[in-house]
Ligand binder design. Structure first.
Ligand code: FA5
Length: 368
């Protein structure tokens, strides 16, 4: 077959293949096959060297024409296939704007932390600052300095976890009262949030729970101020219309002592299963700091007076949100925890923006 015929046959084959190519990739493979450096056209042109010199330009011309025509068809087909492939891709990736969007899950504060921050915020506005103390305490700080000597019956109220060396897991946050008074002179106005431990467990008691201690020491601190401060706190926390009552009680480190009840959050005082038909719920213990406690920290009880209180954070959270079982707080079940996200923003703001202290009661103590 002459070279011209071979070129014509090549052109026919290339046209047929290019026209039926179904993708840009297949088309590119055809370009390499027919027009590439080691392609079929190059193969045919190798035969030119055996021709008479006079015949060579004519064959060269035919070969160029064939190549140009194949390239033109290739370009035309390439444009067509690229358009088809782009359209298919756009169709495949099209966004269905009627589909629901992805919901971004953002973390929430634990309900106990939310309540704790709320409590802190209320007291910080009254001029109380936040102190902390160790979870492992000596018998002295947890009991003795608080007027609970060994063999005192009040120790039975605190189902204590003892360590081998005689230290204890603190049973309340009250030891931080002693630590602070030993380190500072009055006036003192602190709250102490923290974990406490008691060997006690049921639906309203946990072996580890959280308390917030409060201590205000100055001259002329009165029981009226204790009542006013705690009433203000409870109304801020539970709502202005909640009734509050103070009942006489006993704590070795306060005299007189009181327990404070709020009107039952469920039945509003009519009596129900939560408040054991009394209409009231006990929320905290409090009292005027016992003279013996002042003596144990080296303060003169004839000069200074003070009040202290201790409240359970779990108890506050259970009452505010109607949670029937304390163990729900510690199970880390997201279905439970995610119900408490709404009050986050103001609390975060309270955390990040320091509240200026605005003392209710200006100090009269002269610190030398
Ligand atoms: C005390 O712990 C005293 N230190 C409080 C106090 C401080 C009185 C300063 C006077 C002056 P009480 O044992 O009542 O008191 O505990 C205080 C609160 O902790 C209770 O009202 C209750 O809300 C909470 N609480 C007590 N035991 C548990 C427990 N096992 N689980 C969860 N909360 C508890």
């Amino acid at each position: 077959m002459s070279l011209v015929d071979q070129l014509q046959t090549l052109k026919t084959a290339a046209f047929g293949d290019i026209q039926t190519a179904s993708s840009t990739q297949a088309l590119d493979e055809l370009r390499v096959k027919f027009l590439g450096k080691k392609g079929l056209l190059t193969d045919i042109l190798k035969g030119v060297s055996s021709l008479e010199v006079s015949e060579r330009p004519k064959i060269g011309q035919v070969a160029n024409d064939v190549k140009t025509e194949i390239q033109a068809l290739y370009q035309e087909k390439l444009g067509l296939l690229q358009t088809q492939e782009r359209d298919a891709k756009l169709k495949e990736e099209a966004v269905d704007v009627s589909m629901p969007g992805y919901v971004k899950w953002t973390g929430l504060r634990h309900p106990l932390n939310q309540v704790l921050l709320e409590v802190q915020e209320i007291f910080q506005k009254l001029g109380f600052s936040v102190k902390e103390g160790p979870d492992v305490e000596s018998d002295y700080y947890n009991f003795e300095a608080l007027n609970i000597p060994k063999d005192h019956p009040a120790r039975d109220m605190h189902d204590t976890f003892y360590l081998k060396n005689g230290d204890v897991l603190r049973t309340h946050t009250s030891p931080v009262q002693i630590r602070t008074m030993k380190a500072q002179t009055p006036p003192i106005r602190i709250i102490v949030p923290g974990k406490v431990y008691r060997c006690d467990t049921d639906v309203t008691h946990s072996p580890m729970f959280h308390q917030v201690e409060g201590l205000y020491v100055d001259t002329d601190v009165t029981f009226a101020q204790l009542k006013g401060t705690l009433s203000h706190f409870l109304k801020e926390f539970f709502g202005q219309d909640k009734k509050v009552r103070f009942r006489p009680s006993y704590f070795p480190f306060t005299e007189p002592s009181t327990e404070v009840d709020v009107q039952c959050v469920k039945c509003e005082g009519h009596g129900c299963n939560i408040c054991k038909r009394t209409g009231w719920l006990e929320i905290l213990g409090a009292g005027m700091v016992n003279r013996k406690v002042f003596e144990s920290v080296g303060y003169d009880p004839d000069v200074v007076t003070g009040f202290a209180f201790g409240l359970g954070i779990e108890r506050l959270a259970m009452l505010k949100y109607g949670i029937p079982d304390i163990r729900l707080f510690y199970e880390n079940d997201k279905r439970f925890l995610s119900q408490f996200g709404l009050s986050q923003s103001p609390l975060v703001a309270a955390m990040t923006a320091p509240t200026p202290a605005m003392p209710l009661y200006p100090s009269k103590v002269q610190v030398k």
